[in-house]
Design a protein around this ligand. Structure first.
Ligand SMILES: [Mg+2]
Length: 245
């Protein structure tokens, strides 16, 4: 075992202390201050504690294995990128043997502040189900939001999923009665939807967030990490813009 490192973001003193408390010998503090939306109260010091409550902000790897970082990045790379759900080639998915869809809600199906499905979405979901796909909504949002949205659509849902944790993805596969290789995850976040999906062996599809301005605190933190990862992936030539369908 080499030096256990952890990449964090924030202030060196606070994050370094967090790393030591959690048994990391070394803490790399990624200075992403510009990303902290200068003057935005959400990102002031009193929120450092809140950062620690978001487990997926932290990525640890074993420094003795240079593949560690690569693996971390690979796990954040979706199998497919599209602008919106409507750009997904459903027939191609079926040809790959995929017959189940685990979909995120906020900023994937509708904007984060849109309470109900749009007529366009209702139509798309009908097409999806007519093609024989089973669908389940898996959201980190609360029960009120998720149930209110999913019930009129008659789609099963899992709320407070804590993606990228495996548990909700496993529960979703149970609901679908399908195996991971038969199922795709659709979502707008690399840190939750893609990371969690890839770890479970699911086919991952990343969409552009519908209304990024309406994102909550946790998501904004994830976006900072996402930008950091994206800049690395672009430098490595692993994220060509023309890849998006
Ligand atoms: Mg989302």
């Amino acid at each position: 075992m080499g030096v256990q490192r952890v990449i964090t973001l924030g202030t060196p003193s606070a994050e370094g202390a967090w790393g030591r408390r959690n048994g990391f010998k070394e803490t790399i503090v990624t200075n992403l201050k510009e990303g902290f939306n200068k003057g935005n109260a959400l990102f002031r010091r009193r929120n450092v504690q809140a950062l620690h409550e978001i487990p997926f902000v932290w990525y640890s790897f074993d420094d003795s294995d240079s593949r560690g970082v690569e693996t971390m990045f690979e796990r954040l790379m979706p199998h497919m990128r599209v602008n919106t759900i409507y750009d997904i080639d459903l027939h191609a998915l079926k040809e790959q043997g995929i017959i189940g869809i685990i979909t995120d809600l906020d900023n994937t199906l509708v904007g984060a502040k849109v309470p109900l499905a749009t007529p366009e979405l209702v139509k798309w979901l009908d097409v999806v189900r007519d093609l024989g796909f089973k669908v389940v909504i898996v959201s980190n949002n609360n029960q009120t939001r998720v149930a209110k949205f999913a019930e009129p659509l008659n789609i099963p849902s899992i709320h407070a999923a804590r993606k990228p944790a495996n548990r909700a993805f496993k529960a979703a596969l149970t609901v679908l009665e399908l195996r991971a290789e038969q199922t795709a995850v659709i979502g707008d976040q690399m840190m939750t939807d893609v990371l969690g999906g890839r770890r479970m062996g699911l086919h991952t599809i990343l969409v552009n967030p519908i209304t990024p301005a309406d994102e909550g605190f946790g998501t904004r933190i994830n976006r900072i990490m996402e930008r950091f990862v994206l800049s690395r992936l672009r430098k490595k030539g692993l994220w060509p813009e023309e890849d998006r369908k």
